[in-house]
Design a binder for this molecule. Structure first.
Ligand code: PLP
Length: 409
């Protein structure tokens, strides 16, 4: 086995240096813990950036994936496969959606949703002039050209212009700002995250999503909820918008949907689905070679089944409440340094007055994995199976880190 020093040297030689990984090399995991190649243990409150809700090496999930790999991994969309329809049904049974399109990531799901919106307006409504995408400042929707174009944080676009246009950005949470843009009736769709996650765990204010629904209905604009990070149980509901008693026309999913196996999905109403439907005898309007493959679809079905069978959404609620309470204690204990805690379920942010990256690095040295979201926020997105003892240990490590003055302006 190569040592971590050898592997890090190899990384320098053979990997494009786009990422800034923490300098550890992970090799195995179980539940909410992972181990590096030197066998050092870490409490993992990142879950692969809100992906591994079931935890690492979940026995039922692993067995199900192994069994599927031994039967069939891939056939392409030239054919149906026996995992495809059950996975789509699993999504539709839990939300507003009537129809599902599968792809492989969050960016791809949003890319497909944007294409759907343009084509819906031009081919179904007969309004080809409605091409504008409305998005929110502070949002994050992915790294493809279209999704980076609609991401409301300029840093993700630097060096990549020209972007996909037209896009109009409005303040997140501000209904009057959305109204001013939507009333022009030039937009094909408005896209919004129920909780801005990469933007720093910012929960949509009460009434905002419902207000957008009303505005979109009045102006004939499609409403897209990007639930790539918030979906599939993460916030304590199957989907975060279900807190608000409102439905979109289109919802995008990825991350937690596959329990770690790459998969993305566009879930939509019957009406919106027409935006991607092939005309009789016409070309296939949108496609993906890997989208809907048997392995990824079996993963999605297994994720829904396991969350249900093991009552994991209830666990998210309980663990999320407990984590929120413990993080609030840190806010009280380190005034002016640890500023506030927020979020829903097991998607939480703790904002600090200084650099959150320094907190992340020091916590990692002490055996805790957390990540940064936004400019000032430490993100917590643990596996749903995280135990109270692990959360206590994590909070104790953070207490030590803050006690050292790390993350203070
Ligand atoms: C809300 C949201 N949308 C889209 C994406 C992009 O997903 P992916 O990295 O799978 O392309 C992310 C990733 O962080 C996200 O948080």
């Amino acid at each position: 086995m190569p040592t971590s020093t050898e592997l890090l040297a190899l990384a320098d030689r053979v990997l494009v240096r786009n990422y800034r990984q923490q300098p550890i090399i992970l090799a195995r995991g179980r539940g909410a813990e992972v181990w590096d190649v030197e066998n050092k243990r870490y409490i993992d409150l990142t879950a692969g950036i809100a992906v591994c809700g079931l935890g690492h090496a979940h026995s039922t999930f692993t067995a199900r994936m192994t069994e599927q790999m031994q039967r069939l991994i891939h056939v392409s969309n030239l054919y149906y496969n026996d995992q495809l329809m059950p996975a789509a049904r699993a999504i539709t049974e839990k939300c507003f959606a009537a129809k599902v399109f599968f792809c492989n990531s969050g960016a791809e799901a949003n890319e497909a949703a944007l294409k759907l919106a343009r084509r819906y307006q031009s081919q179904v409504v007969g309004a080809p002039q409605r091409t504008t995408f409305v998005s929110t400042l502070g949002s994050f929707h992915g790294r493809s050209f279209a999704t980076v174009s609609i991401t409301g944080q300029p840093k993700y676009r630097e060096g990549f212009g020209p972007m996909v246009e037209p896009v109009e950005f409005v303040e997140f949470g501000n209904l009057a700002a959305a109204q001013a843009v939507l009333e022009k009736r030039t937009a094909c769709a408005m896209i919004v995250e129920p909780i801005q996650a990469e933007g720093g765990i910012v929960v949509a204010p009460p009434g905002y999503l419902a207000g957008l629904r009303k505005l979109c209905d009045e102006t004939g604009t499609l409403l897209i909820f990007d639930e790539v990070q918030t979906g599939v149980g993460r916030t304590g509901r199957w989907f975060a918008h279900q807190y608000d008693n409102v439905v979109p026309d289109v919802m995008t999913l990825a991350k937690g949907l596959g329990g770690g196996i790459p998969i993305g999905a566009v879930a939509c109403s019957e009406k919106a689905a027409q935006g991607l439907a092939a005309a009789p005898g016409g070309a296939v309007p949108h496609a993906s070679t890997f989208g809907g493959n048997p392995l990824a679809c079996a993963a999605a079905s297994a994720v829904f089944e396991i969350i249900e069978n093991e009552a994991l959404i209830e666990r998210v609620m309980q663990a999320g409440e407990y984590l929120g309470k413990r993080l609030s204690e840190l806010v009280t204990k380190f005034p002016g340094h640890v500023v506030d805690q927020r979020g829903r379920g097991l998607l939480r942010g703790l904002s600090v007055s200084g650099a959150p990256a320094a907190v992340v690095a020091r916590a990692r040295e002490l055996g805790l994995l957390v990540s940064v979201a936004g400019d000032k926020v430490i993100r917590f997105a643990p596996p749903f199976v995280v135990e109270r003892g692990q959360l206590d240990e994590a909070v104790a490590i953070l207490g030590k880190v803050f006690g050292e003055g790390v993350g203070k302006a």
